[in-house]
Design a binder for this molecule. Structure first.
Ligand SMILES: O=C(Cc1ccccc1)Nn1cnc2ccccc21
Length: 331
């Protein structure tokens, strides 16, 4: 079996949403595929009106295939302090023609203001590893873990693009979606993330390669690229107008600064992925100014590096759960 679904970036590529069908008859919601968490949760009719702001709601009561998991609950808090919680139903879920008939669908009763404010986002499909699923009394499998046994290959791939529709594929690798070879690196899933080690980085096409092991996670649910302080300093030192602005919460530079270099990160045996300098102008710091918030920021608040969308959209990425490895290719 296999599946394929288009993903659409929101403005500034802050997140990528994909259509998902839940229940019978099908209820279509736009969800955020998130490899940095492992709960499948949706805005639902269980929510208080004050927490809803245009989102499409999953209504378990109108689905003829939903079953409430009595006594089961969930509550999740993300690294940025946003949170949600609720009850659990079993129902059929289809993503890109791939159907899981008994998916644990976590129906939200409470969501934090960040989620309420994001009117396009109807919930998350967590595709980290199931050991960090928050459902009590017994944790539940991710959509991919439920689908995996029936797939042609135990992989899903992420092809995120800058300001354009991309694609998530399940169960196969589309050889027309990337250039050259895919380089695989081992994954340590013990803390539930797609954690891997990069051998180093390079600033600019003429810069030297800095051999330094960077431990981090591949996270489609994080917008930016969060790297160690030393790496950020090496990068921003090459941009004439760059400065660290505590009032803005990070590095900023003049949006039209022509000295923004490309950034390369190593994967394995000499392969590097090139992130174009243009991906590093994340967003205007405020309407009047001509300064942009950098797409690369420090990971010092997190404790490990996060290869978020700014990095992932420069590559074709294979999340190989069957072999616990990540594949990286240029595109
Ligand atoms: O939370 C984070 C990034 C983060 C920020 C600060 C410290 C540690 C980690 N990403 N993320 C991954 N999935 C998410 C889902 C919702 C909100 C943020 C999400």
């Amino acid at each position: 079996d296999r599946g394929s679904v288009q993903n659409l970036p929101k403005s500034y590529d802050v997140e990528y949403l994909m259509p998902v069908s839940l229940g019978t008859p099908a209820q279509q919601l736009n969800l955020d595929l998130d490899t940095g968490s492992s709960d499948f949760w949706v805005f639902s009719t269980l929510l208080k009106e004050s927490m809803i702001n245009g989102q499409t709601l999953y209504d378990p009561n109108t689905s003829t295939t939903s079953d409430k998991m009595e006594g089961y609950t969930w509550k999740i808090t993300y690294g940025d302090e946003s949170y949600s919680s609720g009850d659990v139903y079993i129902d059929t879920v289809t993503i890109g023609d791939l159907t899981v008939s008994t998916q644990a669908v976590e129906a939200a009763k409470v969501v934090s203001e960040e989620f309420t404010a994001d009117s396009d986002n109807d919930g998350l499909v967590g595709l980290g590893f199931g050991i960090i699923n928050t459902v009590q009394p017994y944790k539940q499998k991710t959509f991919f873990e439920k689908a995996m046994p029936g797939l042609d290959s135990p992989v899903f791939t992420a092809d995120l693009k800058a300001g354009a529709p991309g694609r998530y594929n399940f169960g196969y690798i589309d050889d027309d979606a990337y250039l050259g070879n895919i380089t695989y690196v081992p994954v340590d899933s013990s803390d539930g993330f797609w954690r891997w080690v990069s051998p180093g980085f390079q600033v600019g096409s003429t810069g030297s390669f800095n051999s330094t092991r960077i431990h981090g996670i591949a996270d489609t649910g994080t917008t930016l690229l969060l790297l160690p302080d030393g790496v950020c300093e090496a990068f921003y030192s090459q941009i004439a107008s760059a400065e660290y602005e505590p009032s803005q919460g990070g590095y900023t530079f003049e949006c039209d600064d022509s000295t923004v270099p490309d950034f390369y990160f190593g994967t394995d045996n000499g392969q590097m992925i090139r992130i174009p300098g243009s991906y590093m102008s994340y967003s205007k710091t405020d309407t009047s100014s001509q300064r942009c918030f950098g797409g690369m920021q420090s990971d010092s608040g997190v404790g490990f590096t996060i290869w978020g969308d700014v990095a992932l959209k420069a590559a074709f990425v294979v999340f190989d759960q069957g072999n616990e490895q990540l594949g990286w290719a240029e595109k």
